[in-house]
Design a protein around this ligand. Structure first.
Ligand code: BGC
Length: 814
């Protein structure tokens, strides 16, 4: 099917979804495609369920979340996870999986960090590409999201990320570029937020860049993200989700009639959608009707009637979820080689997350896990005599005195204590940022009490993003499975007892304290309408290295039960890349895997730069006592920078130290090499002194003045004007108008009824209303867009009338 086979009316109809989860169909011509979340499992909602209800999906396999998976640094493992996800989608009639998310982690408190891979663009991009290749190998589309600068949940639907050109091109966009070039996704989702003044859905520059990188697929809005129909379609938005959005279709048709949009522009949006329909076809068309499972398929009353997955497949997916969790967990600390544990020991297991593990975060990615292995059950299988005390409430994570006394009692009598710690399950979610960096105080007190009676404490830390670790002196060992998916229980048990050797490495830095982060204690989330990314290139290890800040655990760090020796490094410069070769030996006594990391440290550069950046990595599995030659290839791009004035990448000749390390702060081999050429002359309009904070990075951070120099223009106001109201105004802005106040009261009243009443629900609702734009009111078909536009228009007018009357009245009084 080609765009030319459809009438203009039919084509415009395709530009919005058919419903919450489907693209539109043209009977007899164009079938609808089914889209489902992603990323770490399939969330296929049951018919009739609200699109946003996380508890209304069919059971599916829940893999470790991206922040966990990334610690594997293993592209082939992630490709296999992607393949399994694609198979499960195919078995359930899903054509596009909404993932992966490759946004950069800017601060540990972002509510959605668990859904993202890393603070490093190369790692996030390569792992994202592997995931996409896997999913799409099953003829299921992957949707790369959320392009770009979506680093906080606070005000995500209305805020504007102000990012300088270099940071954009060197830090925030490369993960998307790599994922597009190496993964070739069929769908791309622009983020909710604005980027440098323009909503991502209508950001022509952004979408054109994706096309330049070779993206030929469908640009689909995030759910409820599209603001301006005409601008979005002009920028290349193929699909406004969710649907139906008759108002969108009407506006597009009107714009065509008025010459604002051309039929060619519509074709450019529709053609990728038609191609996607061709691409997303079952690999082998089955003779079975979709509602009749194959004989070996699982008969589960709760299962999707379309589900054709066989029991063998489900067992395989669960085993893969376990393998992924095993390969991703990071051993942070292991004093006196306390781990691995001896099965014959008396073990006390403390903490309800052993029985109710935290294995995923909340929000649209939440999977209704088919089967969850609890660490407690898995540990009992290895060590039937172990004792257990829950110690705290699994919902709040808070311990009480009585529970602590009981926990300390069983800990005293054991040889080893395994304590499961973590923040409350609702602490990490889409839609809001994490309120606390610390663990619940009572858990820290609990750990102290355990340590006081038994020095052999192992902590299993379940969380999606770094937390404060100042309690770590009270534990000899710390194992970090992150949010490890449905099989994390079995994985944790196998790692603890040494059936598997830990090999995960941190894909993000764990700072010592919040004050050390680039945004500081109070700078995140930013409550302004315009969020200044003042730190530019200096996030994650780029910041901690440049500002020479001590961290709890550096990027790339992770211990093992074995040891690895590095030797014989050789560098070979080719036309297109640099090849680095060395010998790696497993010099310890057990089989294991090492994540080898290559960092480039420019010795002299024409521009400011982070002290080092990751330029290549790979995971090498080695039997005890064996060795191998490792080859790493470094792309030429790593020896260049983005010239903001010339709007292009330029080669940066000079000396570079090539570092091979076991972490970003554990360099084992290094050599200096030279990229030949004349130093690049920058056409700089700003004197280096004005950018001093970027040239000499210090813990003091970056001023607004320096950031304005870097941007090349004065900073915009942090808050946008409250009036006139627009469809993008947050709901609480209605407060400005007399009638608006009445409407706001009604919305609050209805909202509190839906939220179930109570002061907590009301507070949450108020918080939400501050963030949600008026246009989002129609997302679930509560009310259609033309009514919202009419309300906005009326209120703006009413505001004027009331003000005039008021002025008149006060004039008469004076
Ligand atoms: C999220 C997307 C998700 C979509 C559909 C949005 O709120 O930002 O990541 O795919 O909902 O559930």
């Amino acid at each position: 099917m080609h765009a030319s086979d459809l009438s203009l009316d039919e084509k415009t109809q395709l530009l919005t979804g058919g419903d919450f989860w489907h693209t539109a169909a043209i009977p007899g011509k164009v079938p609808a495609l089914r889209l489902s979340d992603g990323p770490h499992g399939l969330r296929k909602q049951k018919p009739g369920a609200s699109g946003t209800d996380p508890n209304a999906s069919y059971p599916a396999t829940c893999y470790p979340t991206a922040s966990a998976l990334a610690c594997s640094f293993d592209e082939s493992l992630i490709e296999r996870v992607g393949t399994a996800l694609g198979q499960e989608c195919r078995a359930n009639g899903v054509d596009v999986l909404l993932g992966p998310g490759v946004n950069m982690k800017r601060d540990p408190r972002c509510g959605r960090n668990f859904e993202y891979f890393s603070e490093d663009p190369l790692l996030a991009g390569k792992l994202g590409a592997a995931y996409i290749r896997g999913v799409q190998s099953q003829n299921v589309g992957a949707c790369l999201k959320h392009l770009a600068g979506n680093s906080q949940e606070r005000k995500r639907m209305v805020s504007d990320s102000i990012i300088d050109e270099r940071a954009l091109h060197e830090l925030y966009l490369p993960a998307f570029e790599i994922a597009i070039k190496q993964g070739r996704p069929w769908m791309l989702m622009p983020a909710y937020n604005r980027l440098n003044g323009t909503y991502c859905c209508e950001n022509t520059r952004l979408i054109d860049l994706a096309r330049k990188w070779g993206f030929t697929g469908v640009v689909a809005s995030d759910w409820g993200a599209m603001s301006d129909s005409v601008a979005s379609v002009a920028a290349g938005l193929s699909l406004c989700m969710p649907g139906p959005r008759p108002d969108h279709v009407v506006k597009i048709r009107q714009a065509i009639a008025e010459g604002e949009l051309t039929e060619e522009q519509i074709d450019a949006c529709v053609s990728p959608l038609l191609s996607l329909i061709d691409w997303a076809k079952p690999a082998e068309p089955s003779a079975e009707p979709p509602d009749r499972p194959t004989p070996s398929a699982v008969h589960d009353a709760d299962a999707d009637p379309e589900n054709r997955a066989t029991e063998t497949q489900q067992v395989h997916w669960h085993a893969l979820a376990q393998e992924a969790a095993e390969q991703s967990a990071v051993l942070l600390q292991n004093q006196d080689s306390l781990l691995p544990l001896n099965r014959q020991n008396d073990i006390a297991v403390i903490g309800s997350y052993a029985a109710f593990p935290r294995f995923q975060g909340q929000g649209s990615s939440q999977v209704n896990a088919r089967r969850v292995d609890t660490p407690l059950e898995a540990m009992k299988q290895a060590c039937p005599g172990l004792c257990y005390a829950p110690a705290y409430d699994p919902l709040t994570g808070e311990a009480n005195k009585e529970q602590m006394v009981e926990a300390a009692r069983i800990a005293r009598d054991a040889q080893t204590v395994v304590a499961f710690l973590g923040q409350a399950p609702d602490s990490e979610s889409e839609g809001y940022d994490r309120a606390e960096f610390t663990l619940p105080a009572s858990q820290v007190e609990l750990l102290r009490a355990l340590h006081a009676v038994n020095p052999n404490v192992v902590v299993i830390l379940q969380c999606g993003s770094p937390v404060d670790l100042s309690w770590r002196t009270d534990a000899k060992a710390i194992l970090l499975p992150y949010l490890g998916g449905e099989a994390c229980g079995s994985a944790v048990a196998r790692l603890l007892f040494g059936d598997v050797c830990p090999s995960g490495k941190l894909a993000e830095t764990w700072p010592k304290q919040l004050a050390d982060t680039p945004c500081g204690t109070d700078g995140f989330p930013d409550h302004s309408d315009r969020v200044f990314y003042r730190e530019s290139l200096f996030t994650g290890y780029r910041w901690y290295d440049a500002a020479q800040i001590d961290v709890a655990f550096p990027f790339g760090f992770g211990l093992s039960y074995t040891h690895f020796a590095y030797r014989d490094m050789h560098i070979c410069q080719n036309e297109d890349d640099i090849q680095v070769r060395f010998t790696l030996k497993n010099s310890g006594t057990c089989d294991g895997a090492e994540v080898v990391q290559l960092y480039l440290a420019p010795q002299s550069r024409s521009v400011f730069h982070p002290p080092q950046t990751l330029a290549a990595f790979c995971k090498v599995h080695l039997k005890a006592g064996t060795e191998t030659t490792v080859n790493l290839s470094v792309d030429r791009r790593a020896f260049s920078f983005y010239d903001s004035a010339a709007h292009c990448w330029v080669k940066d000749p000079g000396d570079y130290e090539v570092r091979l390390g076991s972490s970003s702060r554990d360099v084992r081999l290094h050599q200096t090499m030279t990229i030949p050429g004349k130093p690049y002359t920058l056409n700089e309009t700003v004197a280096p002194a004005q950018l001093a904070p970027y040239h000499h990075v210090s813990p003091g951070g970056f001023s607004d003045t320096a950031f304005a120099h870097l941007l090349g223009h004065p900073l915009p106001e942090r808050m946008r004007p409250l009036t006139p109201l627009t469809i993008d105004s947050p709901v609480t802005d209605l407060d400005q108008q007399v009638i608006g106040q009445l409407v706001l009261r009604i919305i609050r009243w209805v909202g509190t009824k839906i939220a179930g009443g109570g002061p907590q629900a009301a507070a949450m609702l108020d918080h939400m209303l501050e963030e949600v734009p008026l246009r989002a009111g129609m997302t679930e078909d509560f009310i259609d867009m033309s009514r919202i536009e009419a309300l906005v228009c009326f209120l703006n007018h009413e505001g004027g009338v009331v003000k005039a009357l008021r002025n008149n009245y006060s004039k008469r009084l004076s």
